[in-house]
Design a protein around this ligand. Sequence first.
Ligand code: R5P
Length: 292
Amino acid sequence: MADKEGQLDTHDYHLHRAQVAEPFPLKGCQSLDWGMQNRLSRIFDPKSGKTVMLAVDHGYFMGPTSGLERIDVTINPLLPHADTLMCTRGILRSLTPSTFTKGVVLRASGGPSILKELSDERIALDMEDALRLNAAAVAVQVFIGGEFETQSVHNMTRLVDAGLRYGMPVLGVTAVGKQLTRDAKYMRLATRICAELGAAYVKTYYVSEGFETVTASCPVPIVIAGGKKLPELDALVMAYRAVQEGASGVDMGRNIFQSQAPAAMIQAVRHVVHEGMQPGEAYELFRSLAGK
Ligand code: R5P
């Protein structure tokens, strides 16, 4: 119990200073509750407002993807360079050091493997487990235009409701089926639907024409997936353009862990995303870090 004797009188009320309430720096997230904003601050660097998420959740439908055969060997050494790790709860519990204190975004939908129709997903994670694992957000695949579009949207809205109950942001991941055109018109549709239905932020693919209209018409932050492995310079150009055209960062997997020098690549990506480094300069940095 505090000692009542000898307490100093209160007097320092700063009467001539208005109370300061810093605005939350993330687009469209000002009205979220404190816990939700705090979690998003473990994903997006509060200084740059951007994030480099390291995506290693591919095994949830692809099995041991190239570069992810031994996550303890290939991915854990990259963790110091990532703002956030995106993975499944299986990998988190079995292989990720619990001393990792940055944001973890947990894969929360799944079901079909690459052998089946991919859009037929269900919710694959209980919000209680996401809280138990101290996740910073949960990610759900949304297949706009896919065979199971309504089911996948329903997966997301169920998670959004549970997330709002507990202060857990939901990342809506716009998944592109083989038959769908990957253009700005489609991305505007898919990202906007995710945001309208409550996703705190949205992951989509970069498109070279009109991407700025995708970020402009989505009221919450957008991060881009890396997609299939590209030559390193091309991946850095893509990240640069995406950020210059309004993206709040990347959620990049194969273009980092399938690089010839993953640690060099993620550091080069960081410079592009957080500091706006030109891709040519970032590529030189990659080469020098890779010892080429
Ligand atoms: C896709 O299955 C996962 O959601 C990945 O996290 C996402 O596609 C990003 O990884 P990549 O940069 O390899 O496309």
